[in-house]
Design a protein. Structure first.
Length: 492
């Protein structure tokens, strides 16, 4: 967190009030953002969750505790209805331990973090190390029969942007297929972060567990191993112990502020409550969860009555492939046509620079008007790009107007899924500003005279084509369900 935020936040609150006071809706936004930018329990809530519960793997006892904690917070905030909604994770991925070492030509320990969605080794495995290059098809072909029974080390460039992050995900499925065909004993992936940082690198995206053991090792140790391998044989020992995969129940938290005039119309505001376990899930995505809890608290404290219902949803199963938000869409299929919009926060506590329109250029004017109430928190640039990989996605496929907050990724990426994603990395000032901007957009959508239009299946198909989402959907294993009509707007 940044020091000396009080005077800065007070100045922002005054500026927000001045910018928003011209119209009645603007006056409501000014009152709301003024409270949010002042002293609230949001950051204290965050510390309580992160330090008191920690990392929150879906299907784990810690995630269950977080669900109960969040539901209690929404009840204390004064929500009209608070509940939890169960769904089944096909396979809970729970790590129990991992260790590795270089055995020859020199002995030294290797730190590692098992990769979610992959199997354990069923005991220690000692085998020759082979250089699998970038893990692409050409690299496996070049290895030939040397890969069988070996431990493959995959090179990985340093991650510096969101594009780099998505590129790391895009190759995961193909890497597993090729490694399985090659018959390797295990795969070690070079960390994309410097200075010895480890993180959980998700390898599967639908709750499945691949049979090939995979782990991330520190960048510096990977480079050492590669240098050794360039001049002679290297042998390593790896032991990865994960709990046997089994179906498990997980839960979303859902809390409503009931609309005064159109209670059946819903503006959904979402974030994911689950996280990986190396750190405590601070910027991914605990901070967004406590922003939502605080937004509900401040609306209720002011006695504001939205025309439409504002529904807060904290999803689990996000890290396994947005399974919680998909389960929500399936469970609420009958009322999805009454969802006026879905907004999602999932990029930490960097400065909010605008929103992703997710291919919906028709949302720009409404969004610009809403953010105009908090112009002093900007400037804001709203991007046309469509996102896959967070909890807006099933709402996009259902044709529901959907937005994702775009926050500066620079302070988010280094700690993404890593052991360093902890409370001290959260920027309190920017988190509160992001909550205030979210409040302005939510209030605009909840009180607009007319809801924004939904898209038909044909329109969603055009959006997918125009925004080039197909490649991501294929890489994440979503394409077949979409084309078969099992996901998103139904085929007619």
């Amino acid at each position: 967190m940044k020091a000396k935020t009080g005077s800065i936040l007070a100045a922002l609150a005054v500026a927000a009030v001045a910018a928003a006071g011209a119209a009645d809706s603007g006056a409501d936004v000014a009152r709301l953002t003024g409270r949010i930018l002042g002293e609230t329990p949001m950051i204290a809530d965050l510390q309580e969750m992160l330090d008191g519960i920690g990392g929150r793997l879906s299907g784990s006892p810690a995630c269950d505790r977080a669900v109960e904690w969040a539901a209690a917070k929404f009840k204390a905030a004064g929500a009209d209805r608070v509940g939890t909604e169960s769904f089944t994770l096909p396979n809970a991925w729970i790590p129990r331990g991992a260790e590795a070492s270089c055995v020859a030509p020199v002995a030294f320990p290797i730190r590692l973090a098992a990769a979610p969605g992959t199997a354990g080794t069923a005991g220690p495995v000692e085998a020759p190390l082979v250089d699998a290059g970038r893990g692409d098809a050409a690299s496996w072909t070049a290895l030939g029969t040397r890969a069988k029974g070996a431990i493959a080390l995959v090179r990985n460039p340093e991650m510096k942007s969101l594009d780099d992050l998505f590129a790391e995900y895009m190759v995961a499925r193909e890497l597993l297929v090729d490694a399985g065909k090659a018959g390797v004993a295990a795969v070690l992936i070079e960390s994309s972060r410097p200075r010895g940082l480890l993180y959980r690198h998700t390898m599967t995206f639908g709750g499945e567990i691949d049979k090939t053991p995979v782990a991330v090792i520190p960048r510096e140790q990977a480079e050492r191993l590669l240098r050794l391998a360039s001049s002679g044989p290297v042998k390593v020992r790896v032991a990865i112990d994960n709990a046997p995969p089994a179906p498990v129940t997980s839960r979303n938290v859902v809390a409503d502020l009931t609309g005064a005039e159109r209670p059946d119309e819903i503006v959904l505001v979402g974030a994911h409550l689950d996280s990986f376990d190396l750190g405590t899930g601070a910027n991914d995505n605990g901070v967004s969860c406590t922003e939502l809890i605080d937004l509900a608290r401040q609306i209720r404290a002011l006695g504001l009555k939205p025309k439409r219902t504002i529904r807060f949803a904290l999803f689990t199963g996000e890290e396994q492939g947005m399974l919680g938000s998909r389960a929500y869409a399936d469970r609420h299929a009958a009322e999805l046509p009454k969802h006026a919009a879905a907004l999602v926060y999932d990029i930490g506590s960097g400065r909010l620079t605008g929103f992703f329109l997710n291919g919906r250029e028709d949302l720009r004017a409404t969004l610009d008007a809403a953010l105009g109430h908090v112009a002093s928190l900007g400037p804001f640039v709203n991007l046309p790009d469509a996102l896959d990989g967070t909890d807006n996605f099933d709402f996009l496929l259902h044709g529901i107007p959907n937005l994702v907050g775009f926050q500066d990724p620079a302070p988010y990426l280094p700690d993404y899924h890593a052991e360093s994603d902890t409370f001290d990395k959260v920027d309190a000032r920017e988190a509160k500003a992001a909550e205030a901007a979210l409040a302005a957009v939510v209030w605009e959508l909840a009180n607009a005279d007319r809801p924004l239009p939904h898209q038909s299946r044909a329109e969603v198909e055009k959006l997918i084509e125009a925004t080039k989402l197909e490649d991501q959907m294929r890489a994440f294993g979503q394409w077949d369900d979409w084309t078969a009509g099992k996901r998103g707007v139904a085929k007619k």
